[in-house]
Design a protein around this ligand. Structure first.
Ligand SMILES: [Zn+2]
Length: 191
């Protein structure tokens, strides 16, 4: 099943665009905003919804410094408008070494639990790691795998582990049909 470019979901679970109508979707905040929040140049729009977390791609940078992100994330997660921790997770293609990514993800899970914010998960070729972490950490907060393109078998595994799924422009129809309506989301992932 595919959606056309112009097909915008009623509620956009995951986008990077700040110009959507406030409250009609969750806007994922950039690294720049997270690192510079102390400068006070960014503020949430009234009624806006946002996600803030360390993207797995950022961990691959030579000068990646997890600690530099923590203060900004703490500030952001105190805002009522910042409703999700994310996107964060594990990416075997474009992230740092697995151990580093796992450590970052553990910190993100801690923050999600501490601030009572569910997580938006980015996962590429690492669902085994993700499932093991969920089992090991036993979080109270909901995790939603965004941009899910896997098959129905993987969908069922994730759902059974307590994760929800968000579907973008391309996805497996059987996986979509397998997911209970109240546990599936739509997203544009627009840049
Ligand atoms: Zn995204």
């Amino acid at each position: 099943m595919t959606l056309s470019e112009n097909d915008i979901p009623d509620f956009d679970f995951h986008t990077h665009r700040h110009d959507i109508a406030p409250g009609r979707g969750i806007v994922c905040l950039s690294q720049d905003i997270i690192l510079n929040i102390g400068g006070g140049t960014w503020r949430p729009r009234e009624g806006g919804l946002y996600a803030a977390g360390v993207h797995p791609w950022w961990t691959a940078a030579e000068d990646f410094d997890l600690a530099a992100h923590i203060g900004g994330l703490e500030t952001l997660l105190r805002l009522p408008e910042v409703v999700q921790v994310g996107e964060c997770g594990i990416d075997r293609l474009r992230g740092a070494a697995l151990e580093c990514q796992r450590k970052v993800m553990e910190v993100m899970v801690e923050m999600s639990e501490e601030y009572g914010r569910p997580m938006t998960i980015h996962c590429v070729r690492a669902f085994d790691v993700l499932l093991a972490m969920r089992k090991q950490l036993r979080p109270q907060q909901r995790w939603t795998v965004h941009g899910f393109r896997g098959n129905a078998t993987l969908a069922r595994q994730l759902l059974e582990s307590g994760m929800d799924l968000s579907f973008g422009k391309r996805f497996d129809t059987e996986a979509w049909n397998t997911t209970p309506p109240e546990r599936r989301h739509r997203e544009s992932d627009a840049e």
